[in-house]
Unconditional design. Structure first.
Lengths: 402, 214
């Protein structure tokens, strides 16, 4: 009871002169600063997710390029002119932008895909390829094959399905196929020829945006090439490379000079990615600046309040109030204000993220709908910095009156 | 509690005070816990400076002040605060009340720091000193005499081993001075404490066992 009475009197002495307009202004400044900081962290972490393909869709995954040797009039006649040799890999690795290189190993044997009979039946010759696991943007749990397994998991390029649905099926009067329906349909894969012919069951397990091919596990390609086409192992014609900045002009020149070809659109897209990275970085710097200004306004508000109460602080110290007790009293009054601004900023930033996730989802770009670990780290860090600043300015004001 | 003063001299008054004899300035004094000390201090001899220096409000002096053999100059903010709350209480000449608080709030602010005196007892002391009807009046609306009585009561609302007084009755008439000094003496005895009063003239407010000329 007496402590409440004391707190009431202290509040009257130290905080009565606080103008509510100033308090609201300082609160808004702090809230805006915190909001921008959190939004910039959200933007940054979402871009990181999109660019590193963590979201599973890898929609901006242009850091991976599929390259092959150019086919020109001279090389047309030469058999094996597009084959990738170990020297080629060594040359590619010399480019400073290249971080990793892998071979896309093709199936060097005859493959035919077929399905049932009647109206939905089909038969087609097919190619298969495999990529090292570290280059895969899709890795379903079923992505494994070992000798004796009758079912082969397949990852299909999303481009192929789009071409079928938007070009081939309408022109041929065939039914459209959704991703789910393709995954649900199993079909037969016939390998090899004559006496060496074997049937397998194939199942589409996912769709890739990164590699335009029909992908099967590396273990199956290795096994198949040995069984159905002995002596052909390693005759790859395409490489997949991971590059830091594929839009780098030097890198583009390097590819041209060495007679390599890749998807030019992918390079152009990478330029956009670089712009996005710069913009997100600039937003971060601006947000930090505004956060610093917001903190400064809030701290100045506290210092102004303390300056107005300086005579009371001096007298309280003279009659025996300890600096620690006064600091604790004032800090406990300002912390809820600071935390409420931070909480409001978190709510606004989360709403922004939720709204952005909803909007981007319709563009096939998947980001988290709710704040991730980096946002919580930013919240904790901001709270800590603010607490230290508030603590310091209050202690400074009190200690100057001792 | 023991108070030791060694070669104390306030820096701003050094030249002036050097010219005449003092029992306190530039002397070595030892004041024991139950001593009642009267300091007669004519105008301009640094009476308020002495009281402020003894309770740590001023540091602009040469020499040293020891409370229980601990140099006051070496105490930090927290230690000085503990000294003012638990060991040494002060009645300031200029009262130092909070003008925008009521008389009762001024007392409560001090009383609730240690809760050694009950609210009922504090109210009784207000009645005894004739300001019981001023509880809800703002301190700034009280007369000097009323403010002085309020400041006296406030100084008694904490445990102490020594009570420092700087002209505590300067605005009080003879009758009020008698009542106030009796209350002070009661509480000093209850606390088993000593006291030091600085005043312009020689006085018999308390049964001093030591008197000094400043």
């Amino acid at each position: 009871m007496s402590q409440n009475c004391q707190a009431g009197i202290l509040k009257k002495l130290l905080l009565r002169k606080t103008k509510s307009g100033r308090l609201v202004s300082a609160w808004i400044a702090l809230c805006i600063g915190c909001t921008l900081l959190l939004v910039s962290v959200i933007i940054w972490s979402c871009f990181q997710d999109l660019l590193s393909g963590k979201s599973g869709e890898d929609s901006l995954g242009a850091t991976f390029l599929t390259i092959s040797k150019k086919v020109d009039d001279a090389s047309m006649a030469q058999k094996g002119s597009t084959q990738i040799l170990s020297d080629d890999i060594a040359v590619i690795k010399t480019a400073p932008q290249v971080q990793d290189v892998g071979l896309l190993t093709p199936a060097n044997f005859k493959v035919a895909a077929s399905l049932g009979s009647g109206q939905m039946s089909f038969y087609t010759l097919l190619f298969l390829e495999s990529a090292p696991d570290r280059f895969m943007d899709k890795m379903p749990e079923t992505w494994k094959w070992q000798e004796g397994d009758n079912t082969i998991p397949i990852i299909l390029s999303r481009d192929f399905l789009n071409m079928y649905n938007y070009i081939f099926a309408p022109s041929q009067g065939l039914p459209l196929l959704s991703e789910q329906s393709v995954k649900a349909i199993g079909f037969k894969l016939t390998m090899g020829e004559g006496a060496n012919q074997v049937d397998y069951r194939a199942q589409v397990e996912g769709f890739s945006d990164r590699i335009s091919s029909v992908l099967v596990p590396q273990s199956f390609i290795d096994y198949g090439n040995q069984k159905f086409s002995p002596g052909s192992i390693g005759k790859a014609s395409r490489m997949i490379i991971k590059v830091g900045d594929p839009s780098d002009k030097n890198f583009v020149t390097f590819l041209e000079k060495n007679n390599y070809t890749t998807n030019a659109e992918q390079l152009r897209f990478s330029k956009m990615r670089s712009v996005v990275e710069v913009v997100s970085g600039a937003t971060g710097i601006l947000a930090l600046l505004l956060m610093a200004i917001g903190t400064l306004v809030f701290v100045l508000f506290i210092e102004l309040t303390m300056a107005q109460a300086q005579e009371s602080v001096r007298l309280l110290l003279q009659i025996g109030y300890s600096p620690k007790k006064l600091s604790r009293f004032l800090i406990t009054k300002y912390i809820p204000i600071m935390l409420s601004a931070l909480l409001a900023a978190l709510l606004i930033a989360s709403s922004f993220q939720f709204f952005a996730a909803h909007q981007l989802n319709s563009m096939q770009l998947k980001i988290n709908s709710f704040p991730g670990i980096y946002v919580w780290i930013a919240v904790g860090f901001s709270a800590l910095i603010l607490l230290l600043q508030i603590n310091q300015s209050i202690k400074k004001a009190i200690n100057s009156k001792i | 509690m023991q108070l030791k003063i060694e070669q104390l001299i306030p820096v701003p008054l050094r030249e002036k005070l050097n010219q005449k004899h003092s029992d306190v300035w530039l002397q070595n004094l030892l004041i024991e816990s139950l001593d009642y000390v009267g300091v007669q201090a004519p105008s301009g001899t640094g009476k308020t400076t002495l009281i402020h220096s003894l309770c740590g409000l001023r540091q602009d002096y040469d020499g040293a002040i020891f409370w229980d053999n601990k140099n006051l100059r070496n105490k930090n903010g927290e230690e000085i605060s503990e000294l003012r709350t638990q060991k040494v209480s002060v009645i300031f000449q200029d009262m130092r009340l909070f003008p925008d608080l009521t008389a009762w709030e001024n007392l409560e602010l001090k009383r609730t720091l240690t809760n050694t005196v009950s609210a009922k007892e504090a109210a009784e002391w207000m009645n005894r000193l004739g300001i019981g009807d001023k509880m809800m009046a703002l301190a700034r609306t009280l007369s000097y005499g009323e403010q002085q009585r309020l400041a006296i009561i406030r100084s008694l609302l904490q445990p102490f081993s020594f009570l420092l007084m700087d002209e505590p009755f300067s605005h009080l008439d003879h009758q009020n001075t008698t009542v106030a000094s009796q209350l002070i003496l009661e509480v000093v005895k209850k606390n088993n404490a000593g006291l030091l009063l600085a005043d312009l003239d020689e006085n018999d407010f308390f049964p001093y066992n030591k008197t000094y000329l400043l």
